[in-house]
Design a protein around this ligand. Structure first.
Ligand code: SF4
Length: 360
């Protein structure tokens, strides 16, 4: 790969963008319903609709939405049921709520015309504010989304993850916005990312930036560094009494609301465990064997020390002190949905407990 374009070369490469992209955009832009005019309300609706929704999925919704609610006043007065019906299928209903709140603010105070002022509307962040300001109000306000970062990181040869480039590109693009063509320039960058500079296998031979592109492949931007998993020591207490085993529902954190064995997110020493049982009035419980196990969630890794505890005769005390309830092991094995972080421990219980022994 060629080295990135630095300093003057970089500035020149950025300045060359409008001349390279605008003629290409004029010839190749897709015919999309929100491109029929640059009415600010319509631009805002389309940009909020396109957040987390593909163009094809948004197209029919957009047409219906602006036909039913053609301006901010109509949206501001729209009953919630009707609004949600018009939004049905797009998901993330908070966007619809925000759009209505924004319409009410616009009816009260007028349509903000700068990116800075647009960002005060509910649901409008840097990207949407830049898109509306440039497309509807011809402001030199960059709208840097994933598509734009992809195009520029490849064009300029910036070997960094996208998250580290977004702000920099917004600052670098603003001075090269061409007067009178701000909206087209924003859309040309988006369009190139959406139709030519694809995430994988970009269509470089059809790209107007090919001659100056530093990458000419999908090697950039670099993948985001994955957050390191947090390692947590977990003590898992496997209480049982004859043919029944003790479960509880996790109240918070990972697997909240799910059935599982009693756990504490720390390493519990043997003397601490014995003292806890004594305090609970379950001094007669027999602490059995331990088993180590690692369970990996997406962001956390549990280093589990599971400990079998036979509490026949003192189940009530254990249930009260540890907030668990006892269930027949056969029922748990067959009918309960136990997450895999716990399910592995079922095999640790004595193979033949209570009913199984009696059934022999
Ligand atoms: S030449 Fe290829 S990699 Fe470079 S901007 Fe165009 S499509 Fe993207």
């Amino acid at each position: 790969m060629e080295p990135p374009i630095y300093e003057n070369g970089r500035t020149a490469a950025l300045q060359a963008l409008p001349a390279l992209l605008l003629p290409w955009y004029g010839k190749n832009k897709r015919d999309l319903p929100w491109r029929e005019n640059t009415d600010p309300y319509r631009v805002l609706v389309s940009e909020l609709m396109l957040q987390q929704t593909r163009v094809e999925a948004a197209r029919a919704h957009y047409v219906r939405f602006v036909r039913e609610l053609p301006d901010a006043a109509a949206l501001a007065d729209c009953p919630e049921d009707k609004l949600f019906k018009l939004w049905e299928g797009l998901g993330y209903y908070s966007r619809a709520r925000n759009l209505q709140k924004a319409a009410r603010a616009i009816c009260e105070n007028g349509f903000p015309e700068t990116a800075q002022a647009l960002k005060r509307l509910p649901g409008v962040g840097d990207y949407t504010a830049g898109a509306v300001a440039s497309i509807a109000f011809e402001q030199p306000a960059p709208a840097v989304d994933g598509n734009v970062v992809r195009v520029l990181s490849r064009y300029l040869g910036d070997a960094l993850p996208a998250a580290q480039l977004r702000k920099r590109y917004a600052a670098e693009l603003a001075p090269v916005y061409p007067a009178g063509r701000c909206g087209d320039f924003t859309q040309s960058l988006m369009e190139l990312g959406a139709t030519v500079c694809l995430p994988s296998s970009p269509l470089c031979l059809a790209c107007p930036l090919l001659a100056r592109c530093q990458t000419k492949s999908d090697a950039l931007p670099l993948p985001e560094k994955k957050a390191e998993r947090r390692h947590t020591n977990v003590t898992m207490l496997l209480f049982y009494a004859e043919d029944r085993i003790a479960l509880c529902r996790r109240k918070s954190g990972v697997l909240a609301g799910m059935y599982g064995f009693y756990t504490e997110e720390r390493a519990l020493r043997a003397d601490e465990l014995a003292a806890r049982l004594q305090e609970a009035g379950a001094g007669g419980a027999a602490i059995g064997r331990h088993a180590a196990h690692r369970h990996v969630f997406s962001h956390i890794e549990w280093e589990i020390d599971a400990c079998l505890i036979d509490c026949a005769g003192c189940e009530e005390a254990v249930a009260a002190a540890f907030g668990v309830a006892f269930y027949p092991i056969a029922e748990v094995r067959q009918a309960l949905s136990l997450p895999s972080a716990y399910r592995w421990a079922l095999r640790l219980f004595p193979q033949q407990t209570g009913a199984e022994r009696r059934a022999e």
